[in-house]
Design a protein around this ligand. Structure first.
Ligand SMILES: *[C@@H]1O[C@H](CO)[C@@H](O)[C@H](O)[C@H]1NC(C)=O
Ligand SMILES: *[C@@H]1O[C@H](CO)[C@@H](O)[C@H](O)[C@H]1NC(C)=O
Length: 338
């Protein structure tokens, strides 16, 4: 079966989850980045964040233990007190002002306040057997994919599978592009972030938050490619899907007269090559390892599910105190467009 057919089936037919596939509501939107700029309030650009409510300006390990400090999570499985975040998408009007683009829930997850859909897999998404053994992340583990300063297609190719899908409807998954879609997308733009799947087995983090993880040395995760000797431990493939509801901004007369597209990331990127996502592991005890070892595909009976209403209640208070919802004369932080 093709990737898009499976994803569509997972989204539309099996409402709960496939492999580990689950929805998370918005925990908060703030100009904070405890991975890249810990302790700095505000951080350089705005992020949308999901997961456990111990999210804070600084989350260094071992002082900040997510499972013991969080009292709720905005994700479906209550064992997942991790945090995940990406930049925020803005529409730039012809008059130069900016409006934050809302996020929408995927099919079967209606009522979820913004947020993302998270996958953990031990094999390719289309492989229903999920036979491979993967090693769950250890307490304190964190990683980053993408680079907020990248501004070319060549640079973006450093990372595999950070892409966009122009969504006609909820089932749209292909084609994927490396830069922003260039034409209006009827439903919205899905941002896809697939993290590396090989770990050095030692370091929970690295100075650039990337060197302790790697891609398979040949082939891909999907083709079962082996991990390099430098990073021999196979970890689950995390995939984040974020649907930006651009449909309210699709009138051609509001788009730039030079024919370019009007959306920019919160760091100022108007091409889409700087797409990035951050992960701070925070599953309770060995719950993630147990879930991966169960090799289930459409259910996760070993985990505890909460309702979407409960997910939506888990929020973090504003620690920055800036407006990001009005029509803004500049991006939060004053980031220049590039
Ligand atoms: C965030 O950190 C500050 C300073 O350490 C602390 O006072 C506050 O309670 C923390 N907030 C949360 C939600 O843990
Ligand atoms: C700029 O354009 C947007 C979109 O057309 C509009 O909603 C907003 O009011 C305009 N702002 C100003 C200051 O003209």
């Amino acid at each position: 079966m093709k990737w898009n057919a499976v994803t569509a089936a997972a989204g539309l037919i099996a409402p709960a989850h496939a492999l580990l596939r689950f929805g998370c509501s918005r925990l908060t939107i703030q100009r904070l980045d405890p991975l890249v700029t810990p302790g700095q309030n505000p951080s350089p650009h705005l992020h949308q964040i999901i997961g456990g409510n111990s999210f804070n300006v600084s989350m260094t390990y071992p002082d900040h233990d997510l499972p013991s400090l969080s009292t709720c999570t905005s994700c479906q499985f209550t064992e997942d007190l991790s945090n995940y975040w990406t930049a925020v998408l803005f529409f730039r009007a012809r008059n130069g002002t900016f409006k934050r683009v809302p996020q929408i829930a995927q099919a079967g997850m209606e009522g979820t306040n913004g947020g993302m859909v998270v996958y953990y897999m031990s094999d390719a998404l289309f492989d229903t057997a999920q036979r491979s053994t993967v090693t769950a992340f250890k307490p304190g583990f964190r990683m980053l994919i993408g680079d907020a300063s990248y501004n070319s297609r060549e640079q973006a190719r450093d990372f595999r599978q950070i892409t966009y899908t122009c969504m006609e409807n909820q089932a749209s998954r292909q084609p994927e592009s490396i830069g922003f879609p260039k034409t209006p997308c009827k439903l919205g733009i899905m941002a896809n972030h697939r993290f590396p799947t090989c770990w050095d087995g030692v370091n929970l983090d690295s100075p650039n938050h990337r060197d302790h993880v790697a891609y398979p040395e040949s082939g891909t995760f999907e083709s079962g490619g082996p991990c390099p000797a430098s990073h021999p431990v196979k970890i689950p493939q995390i995939l984040l899907e974020t649907v930006w509801e651009t449909s309210a901004f699709n009138r051609k007369e509001d788009w730039p007269e030079d024919g370019s597209q009007p959306f920019v990331w919160s760091n100022g990127d108007s091409q889409g090559f700087s797409s990035h996502a951050d992960y701070v592991f925070g599953w309770d005890g060995d719950s993630l390892q147990r879930a991966m070892d169960a090799h289930t595909y459409v259910s996760a009976p070993m985990l505890t599910s909460q309702s979407i209403a409960e997910q939506n209640k888990c929020v973090v208070k504003d620690m920055v105190g800036e407006d990001f919802d009005s029509w803004l004369t500049e991006l939060p932080g004053g980031n220049e467009i590039f």
